[in-house]
Design a protein around this ligand. Structure first.
Ligand code: 6PG
Length: 243
């Protein structure tokens, strides 16, 4: 039953305010420990109102660095670039935003820029914010496109991976660069933000697979990647939902 784990909000704006405050408190906690805060932030549409709210807070943004949790293999000024969307949401702040893809993407996807950016970030993250697609993907860990041992395991030798969803998502038909589940789990605060009944139904289905996985039963986790997040994050994962 996923309902008993949900943090439910009456509206998307209520969800945005609550999660923005949640991430703000994670940043404050890192700063109070004398460290630089680091964030991994989801792309897509759901989180944008969260980022606009978060960017309004008066905090020491010069001590915050962020990275997209995943990126499309496009130039930084392309409309589909998560980097560009995040840059615009946080334009009023002095937050450092690190890219997963070079400003000019180039013909062949590779992980050079992603690895260089990740090397600059404090571990663990102060907070990770994830969304979920209707097919059960999170970050760019798409169904049947990721080796479970590399991208969907709690421990992995890979912090970041190249993913070519098949079929390419209609809303953003590009190869992807994605943080692995293992790297996303290395965080003080882990948040999943979803809206609508359809995504809740997918999450319910995934919770059943996650239970089988936790009971070490045979599960083809690559078909529903979000189940790996539920299984390996456990109660650490804060799931926020609004209609
Ligand atoms: C991306 C995102 C992706 C997103 C889901 C949900 O690059 O597209 O990081 O993982 O979180 O696709 O997107 P929506 O919030 O727009 O439904």
């Amino acid at each position: 039953m996923i309902e008993d784990r949900l943090i439910e909000h009456p509206c998307p704006d209520c969800l945005a305010r609550a999660i923005a405050a949640d991430i703000r408190s994670a940043i404050d906690s890192t700063h109070q420990q004398g460290n630089r805060a680091s964030l991994a932030l989801a792309g897509g549409g759901t989180p944008m109102p969260i980022y606009r709210r978060l960017g309004e807070f008066d905090l020491d943004w010069s001590r915050v660095s962020a990275i997209p949790g995943d990126e499309r293999w496009v130039d930084a000024d392309h409309p589909a670039s998560n980097y560009q969307a995040l840059k615009s949401c946080f334009a009023q702040t002095t937050m450092e935003l690190l890219p997963l893809v070079p400003a000019q993407a180039g013909p062949e996807p590779n992980l050079e820029q992603a690895r260089a950016s990740l090397d600059q970030l404090m571990k663990p993250f102060s907070a990770v914010l994830l969304g979920m697609g209707g097919d059960g993907h999170f970050a760019s860990l798409f169904p049947n496109a990721v080796s479970p041992a590399v991208g969907l395991a709690p421990e992995s030798n890979e912090d970041v991976l190249l993913v070519t969803p098949d079929p390419l998502p209609t809303e953003a038909p590009y190869p992807r660069v994605s943080l692995s589940l293992a790297r996303l789990l290395r965080t003080d605060k882990l948040i999943l933000a979803i809206t609508g009944q359809a995504k809740l139904d997918v999450l319910e289905l995934a919770a059943q697979s996650a239970a089988h996985l936790a009971a070490r039963q045979e599960v083809d986790i690559s078909r529903l990647p979000i189940a790996a997040l539920l299984a390996h994050a456990g109660s650490r994962l804060e799931i926020h939902w609004s209609p």
